[in-house]
Design a protein around this ligand. Structure first.
Ligand code: ZN
Length: 464
């Protein structure tokens, strides 16, 4: 049946999204923040005690400056301390974070947590609504509309991008096919062929692996599946130009980077993610060490800090950091879409220091992927001692492409080292491995091979 060309409105929520990044939005945020501070103080024992320790009451926050200077940033280490204080008792943690509202949960998801223990992510009925709105704006900007079929390929189990995203997609009116990364690559490829989804949501590494695996499973390239849109998140790949190019050309589809309340756009090149949820999440930057407020100006870089603004919200945090280092762009984007843009430079936890130079894995990934097909694109950063400090040279285990001679590999190592030195000021040593020897990731990628750790990686890997 020929498709009907429809002229759609540019945004899911025209009323709010037309006000993004404007003084009017600032006023909306301020009104919500004032109410939210009252809620934290009156209803949640944990946040109240933090405010008390900082010697501040909601009434003392009269200006943005008061908020930035007097409400402390809640770090991952402090989260861990609180978890230990509660002896890992999740019910106790939730009582602290939510007070009485912990009795009204409709879903209890979790993140993997910094220590490997699951960190609870609770949802009340109101949270579910807010999340549906939060994701709806991203789906619309990514060209996935109510009625479209979407194959879900993120990890389904517990993770926010799992069942919670599936619920949000259904609430939005899209047809979610909840397969999940756990099903394994063969099932994902077969299901895509059988159900013919318009869009696929997954990690970029799953999309990359699918490119390799499709010919083996269905005897045809991934491009034959007819997927038009990929909404990828959970790791930085969808923001790395070399990786984007690889995925878009293989699928013959448009790739959108989603995450953190934003979605990338169709402007040429990669312009970052437009932040679409200023009325739901207060997005701030602070200095990574001093936690001093960094104004959201074009090109500013800092540690990302969020405060959730709607009423109760189980997943609330008051100036809580996901530990991502981001850069923002407030100048208008050539796509014409609203919302300032941001780009994730790297996760604070993944930062390496090589002779005083800060290195984030996405930058390494970009350089390696520029050498495809002489490399497969798969690599690991080998850490012989605990990060962040790396005693030079930085060691990379890299899968070379098919049919390269030893001499060609020597030359290639020189070229990669040179390119990496130009881009990130570090000259790596390369350990070559044959194609298809490194595990492939179905969920979040773990690019580190920690030789100092005996325990096996918890990541979900699949041998190609
Ligand atoms: Zn744009």
């Amino acid at each position: 049946m020929p498709s009907v060309v429809q002229v759609r409105r540019p945004y899911w929520n025209t009323e709010i999204e037309s006000k993004l990044n404007t003084p009017e939005m600032k006023d909306i945020q301020w009104a919500k923040l004032k109410k939210k501070l009252e809620y934290f103080y009156e209803a949640t024992p944990f946040w109240r005690s933090r405010m008390e320790r900082a010697g501040i009451e909601p009434g003392d926050v009269r200006t943005w400056d008061d908020f930035h200077k007097r409400i402390p940033v809640f770090t991952k280490d402090q989260y861990r301390e609180y978890a230990e204080e509660c002896q890992g008792d999740i019910s106790r943690m939730l009582d602290g974070f939510m007070g009485e509202d912990a009795k009204r949960l409709v879903c209890l998801a979790a993140t993997s947590g910094t220590t490997g223990e699951p960190a609870p992510y609770p949802f009340t009925a109101e949270d579910r609504q807010a999340w549906a709105e939060f994701f709806a704006r991203q789906l619309w900007r990514g060209g996935v509309f109510p009625g479209d079929k979407v194959l879900h390929g993120f990890g389904l189990s517990m993770f926010i991008g799992g069942t919670v995203l599936c619920m949000a997609m259904s609430d939005y009116g899209a047809c979610c096919i909840p397969l999940g990364a756990e099903a394994g690559m063969e099932a994902i490829v077969r299901c895509a062929k059988l159900f013919k989804p318009k869009a696929l949501v997954c990690t970029p590494s799953l999309a990359e692996y699918m490119i390799e695996k499709a010919p083996e499973v269905i005897g045809a390239s991934v491009g034959s599946l007819g997927i038009e849109r990929l909404l990828c998140g959970g790791e930085p790949g969808a923001g790395i130009p070399e990786v984007r190019q690889k995925i878009e050309s293989a699928f013959g589809a448009k790739l959108f980077d989603i995450g953190g309340g934003g979605c990338s756009c169709e402007a040429p090149g990669y312009q970052g993610l437009h932040f679409l949820n200023e009325d739901i999440m207060l997005f701030e930057l602070v200095h990574p060490e001093t936690h001093e407020h960094v104004p959201l100006e074009d090109g500013a870089t800092g540690l990302l800090v969020f405060t959730q603004l709607p009423g109760t919200m189980g997943w609330s945090g008051l100036r809580q950091t996901p530990n991502d280092i981001v850069q923002v762009f407030t100048s208008p984007c050539s796509c014409g879409g609203t919302g300032f843009r941001f780009r994730i430079i790297g996760r604070g936890d993944d930062m390496l220091k090589v002779k005083g130079v800060m290195v984030y894995p996405p930058a390494v990934e970009g350089v390696i992927n520029a050498f495809v097909p002489r490399v497969t694109g798969e690599f690991r950063i080998v850490l012989n001692t605990p990060p962040p400090r790396v005693v030079p040279p930085l060691i990379l285990k890299v899968e070379h492409g098919e049919g390269l001679s030893e001499e060609q590999l020597r030359d290639l190592e020189g070229e990669i080292a040179e390119a990496m030195h130009r881009r990130i000021k570090v000259r790596p040593r390369i350990l070559w491995v044959s194609p298809n020897t490194l595990g492939r990731f179905l969920k979040k990628k773990n690019l580190f091979e920690r030789t100092y750790e005996k325990t096996r990686q918890r990541q979900m890997e699949e041998k190609p």
